[in-house]
Design a protein around this ligand. Structure first.
Ligand code: SF4
Ligand code: SF4
Length: 359
C-alpha cells in the first residue's frame, strides 16, 4: 500500500479525467423517501459533477455490477439435428466510485464465495478483474451497524481508498494501476499533520455509530435457538417479497432457467438472483417444499448469514449495512431479530437461575 494526499480540487480533476475516459458509476440522488431524505443509487457518471460525494448509502449495493440480477451463461443453437453452445466471459472495464468500506468488504466476501472456492465462477472473475474500485469513508447512518461486524474499515479489495481529512483526501493506493493514474496529478507524501487528521477522522467515524448488534458467540447462540418461537413471530410479519436479498451486498443465491428462443432455434441458460425468503426457494420436484413456513425461510436466511457462513469461513456473511432493514416493508431488520433472540434467551435464563441461598 502507498499513502499519498491530494487537495480536493485536484482530486476532482483526477476523477473527472477518469470518468471521461472510462465507463464509470458513482452515487447519485435518484429520489426522496417518504420523510424527504434523499435516496441514492450507483448510476453512470460522465463528469465529476454527476457524483454525489456527500452521499450516505445507496439503496442497492454494488454487487449487481459483479453478479447481475440476470445473466446469460450460455446460448445453445439447434441445427441439423445437432446443437452448439456459445459461452462468453467478456466484460467491459468499469470504474466504481465512492464505495463504502462495508460495500468493499461485501465484495471481498463475494470473492471468497465466487473466486476462492473449489469452482471459481469465470463470469464473476471476468467482471471482477475488469473493475477498478475507488472507496470513500463516511460518517455512518443512525442504523448502520458495520462496526459491530468490524467492517467500518477495510484494507483490501479496492484500487484506491480516500479518507476525507478536510481540504484534502488521504489516499490509500492499493494497485499499480491506481498509482499510474494518480502520478499524472499533484499528489504528495502525507505530513505528520495529515497522519494526525487521518487518525482523528477514523476516531470520529468509530465514535459516530449509534447502532450496535451483539454478535459475540452468535453462531452457537443461533444453533441453540433453532426451535425458538421468535422465528415464527418475525416470520409471520414477512411478506416473502425477497427485497432484503436483492438489496443485500452479499446475498448471492440464484435460480437457473432455460429460456427457449421464440423461433425455437436456440435457447439461453440464464442465472437469476433469488431469495431464500421466496416461497418456492426450497421447492423440489413433486411440489415438496423443505421450508414451507415463513418462519423457516426467515430463519434460513439468518442461519446462512450468521451461522453457516461463519462456521465455514470464520466470519458472518453480513457486513452490517442495514440495507435489508431499510428496504423491508414489514420492518424486519437484523438488529431487532438478533436482539429479540438474545432477550428471549436471557429472560429464559432468569427463569431457570437457582434461587438465592436461604440463610
Ligand atoms: S424484505 Fe422483509 S418482508 Fe420482504 S422477504 Fe425480506 S424480510 Fe420478508
Ligand atoms: S445488514 Fe442486511 S443487507 Fe446488509 S449485509 Fe447484513 S443482511 Fe445484507
Amino acid at each position: 500500500m502507498i499513502y499519498k494526499v491530494i487537495a480536493k480540487p485536484e482530486f476532482e480533476k483526477f476523477i473527472d479525467a477518469l470518468v471521461k475516459a472510462n465507463l464509470s458509476y458513482g452515487p447519485q440522488q435518484v429520489d426522496t423517501d417518504k420523510d424527504g431524505n434523499p435516496i441514492y443509487q450507483f448510476k453512470e457518471v460522465k463528469a465529476v459533477g454527476d457524483i454525489a460525494f456527500d452521499y450516505t448509502a445507496t439503496a442497492s449495493s454494488a454487487k449487481h455490477f459483479l453478479t447481475p440480477y440476470r445473466e446469460t451463461l450460455s446460448h445453445f443453437t439447434f441445427a441439423n439435428g445437432d446443437w452448439e453452445q456459445d459461452i462468453s466471459y467478456d466484460s467491459k472495464p468499469l470504474v466504481l466510485i465512492g464505495l463504502r468500506p462495508c460495500d468493499i468488504s461485501a465484495i471481498n466476501i463475494l470473492d471468497d464465495v465466487l473466486l476462492n472456492e473449489h469452482f471459481p465462477s469465470p463470469y464473476y472473475l471476468a467482471r471482477r478483474k475488469n473493475t477498478f474500485i475507488i472507496g470513500m469513508d463516511h460518517l455512518p447512518l443512525p442504523d448502520c451497524f458495520c462496526k459491530s461486524l468490524n467492517h467500518h474499515t477495510v484494507t483490501t479489495g479496492f484500487n484506491l481508498f480516500c479518507s476525507d481529512i478536510g481540504d484534502k483526501y488521504y489516499l490509500s493506493i492499493n494497485s499499480s494501476k491506481a498509482y499510474n493514474y494518480l502520478k499524472e496529478f499533484d499528489i504528495a507524501d502525507p505530513t505528520d499533520e495529515d497522519d494526525c487528521k487521518l487518525i482523528d477522522r477514523r476516531k470520529l467515524i468509530k465514535q459516530s455509530f449509534k447502532t450496535d448488534v451483539e454478535v459475540t458467540g452468535l453462531p452457537s447462540f443461533l444453533d441453540i435457538e433453532f426451535d425458538s418461537p421468535i422465528w415464527t413471530k418475525w416470520g409471520d410479519k414477512c411478506l416473502n417479497c425477497g427485497t432484503c436479498a436483492m438489496v443485500c451486498p452479499t446475498c448471492y443465491c440464484y435460480n437457473m432457467e432455460d429460456r427457449p428462443d421464440i423461433d425455437l432455434k436456440g435457447s439461453s441458460r440464464q442465472k437469476q438472483l433469488y431469495s431464500c425468503n421466496l416461497v418456492d426457494f426450497a421447492e423440489v420436484a413433486g411440489g415438496h417444499n423443505f421450508r414451507p413456513k415463513n418462519g423457516d425461510r426467515l430463519k434460513y436466511r439468518y442461519y446462512h448469514h450468521y451461522l453457516g457462513f461463519a462456521e465455514n469461513d470464520n466470519q458472518p456473511i453480513c457486513v452490517g449495512c442495514n440495507r435489508c432493514g431499510r428496504a423491508c416493508l414489514a420492518d424486519i431488520n437484523p438488529k431487532d431479530v438478533i436482539n429479540d433472540l438474545r432477550m428471549e434467551k436471557e429472560s429464559c435464563m432468569i427463569c431457570v437461575s437457582p434461587s438465592p441461598d436461604k440463610t
